[in-house]
Ligand binder design. Sequence first.
Ligand code: CO
Length: 211
Amino acid sequence: MDDYRRLLLNNRAWVKDKLDLRPDFFEATATEQRPEYLWIGCSDSRVPAEEVTGTHPGELFVHRNVANMVVHTDFNMLSVLQYAVEILCVKHIIVCGHYGCGGVRTALSRRDLGLINKWLRHIKDVYRFHSTELDAIPEGQPRFDRLVELNVIEQVHHLADISFVQRAWRKHQRPMLHGWIYDLHTGLINDIVKIDPGDHPHDIYEYDFEP
Ligand code: CO
């Protein structure tokens, strides 16, 4: 059998399992979604958002890209984010990075990957912002791990710097922003940063809104 057919067979088995547990499982969620969480994660195949958080269909609104980035000119991410904040009214946004991230590892190196350089450039910028701290850490795993953490913190700050996130804070006192790191070796998630609605990390990005 072709390898890909296994996925389609798995789907049939999954549907059967769900319906055995709850006959209206699909009908109950087919007409609308009301997820409370937006997950911004890495595309890495080893960090499946729903599986590592024990969540079910309908619970997570998900955006994934290389190295879980929040880039303020990325209309794909911004469209997902605006929809999540303004239409779905999510209560929490989680940026989840992971140790061993290939995007971060490549950004730390001088490797040339063509187009991907442009995307990873944003991680090199994170390094430059924190070069005093990072240069003082021994080269290798410790420095790599710390850049993974700083990258997540930086992306969470980017969320706080976006005008429509600030408008939702002002009007609705949500969403809360979270930065998490998944450990590939243990499967555990560490909570490393949290920003409550209204806590602006950088004054220069704070907007005044018309009443
Ligand atoms: Co990654």
